[in-house]
Design a protein around this ligand. Sequence first.
Ligand code: ATP
Ligand code: MG
Length: 560
Amino acid sequence: MSTANSETKQPSDFIREQIRADLAAGNTASIVTRFPPEPNGYLHIGHALSICLNFGIAAEFGGICNLRFDDTNPTKEEQEFIDAIQQDVQWLGFSWAGEAKFASDYFQQLYDWAEHLIQIAMAYVDDLSAKEIRTYRGTLTNPGTPSPYRDRPIDESLDLFRRMRKGEFPNGARVLRAKIDLAAGNMNLRDPVIYRILHAKHPRTGNSWCIYPTYDFAHGQSDAIEGVTHSLCTLEFADHRPLYDWLIDKLPVPTVPRQYEFAKLLISHTVLSKRRLTRLVEEGYVSGWDDPRLATLSGLRRRGVPAAALREFVSQNSVSRNEGEVEMAMLEHFIRDSLNQTAERRMAVLRPLKVVITNFSEDKIDWLEAINHPDKPENGIRKIPFTRELWVERDDFMEDPARKFYRLSPGREVRLRYAFFITCIGVIKNNSDEITEVHCTYDPETRGGDAPDGRKVRGTIHWVSAKHAVDAEVRLYKPLYTRADPGANGDFIDDINPDSLEILNGCKLEPSLNKIERGVPIQFERSGYFVHDTDHRAEYPVFNRTVALRDSWAKMKAKS
Ligand code: ATP
Ligand code: MG
């Protein structure tokens, strides 16, 4: 098995300590883990924690990790999700042992084990409806009441179960239940349903089955079939562990897996549950599962978040048994940190304003040198064209400069990055009194950005030659939620930030951006980190801002 290079120090947490102890005590010779997604949606950043944990542990301890789809609910599962999940796991930098596995690969074995449980009087077919079963089950303070079918003869249960499998009964008519303890304090042990009738086409097994095992009956047994030693899942399954162990104990399984639970990763200002993500996608609040505003892995990837930044982020939040929310700002910190090291710098003007250098001749082009990465001299330099007409950011000019505004304004001298000092000598306006051109002169002595007489300027701004600029669409994102806990006071849909997406057209890119390979992140100087969107075409460039250069969350908090 191969895995992403671990950038982290030797991690330690209660699960890894358990594994070290098991290895030392000889409880197991080698470690097998699995990542078990249900293919009913796309993976999100919370799943990244589970992926890094399962695959990471296997790699650290010289074991293997399976990818196993938990595909026991055909009404909600789709091939599209199976494909997307595999792509996301690989993108995160991991590869699973052998072929991808599926709980549905084991349907026949699981069925045989269900018959075995009936034969040893540990399971029975129940004719009660789902609603009746709930009522009979009792409450936390009252024990359950046995179903009138609980003690039906083994042969009768076996016959009915076989007929369920043959498709003789409609959905919901009967279920198979484990016979455990109706007075158990743990509700999961009050004769849980282990098989139900579901006349539904399965993405993999088609119409060969019309009864399906429940999660509880499939999961531990699949672990046992695969020889999983440490079955790692989130805390909501802690109450299922006694049932997991009961089934492993009663069935003739080939190996004995153990379940361990850890706290979910929760993040502020976003939603992670698949139920909520599905609603956002299906009701059209976002453009799809890979909308760059979502914390799905495909959304984060499309937005330009490097897989390495996600792995780093996740490994910082060490695995524990305590649930706590992590600030979105923390995730952005890791993204910025990673991109700062890797992304080359370029110039791009997002909201263009024309500057005319009146003392620079019309047909002249001066090719200047710009540094590709300030900390990586090995990345070299590139040539950028300087011409009479340039684009600068509208925000970098003020006709009546505010206090502490040190950029371009009438009479003021500023530096054009990598180029010359220029001085504003006037503006041209249209009939609506809007500035259409800023006229400047340049000082040829300052070529490269410094004045030989030691003269200083307070502002440096970026620019692009109008003659050479590449037009592009740029998409800027704000958080999909401005409140940390969407849905805390009602429907989480009502908390959606209506200004989460801003599309800028006619942005002006320096020409060398045409040569950047698709998917390679770039810093647009002073504006942030950007990457091609999936809508990008050579003839119509589209870039996403992954993250701005500075922490925008600090500002947001100050305002709210
Ligand atoms: P959701 O709660 O988002 O609907 P799920 O638990 O239903 O997710 P599964 O496909 O069953 O989704 O999850 C696969 C694995 O990922 C499980 O082992 C699950 O415990 C784990 N997992 C899910 N959400 C998180 C999370 N937020 N943090 C860590 N692990 C998670
Ligand atoms: Mg689940």
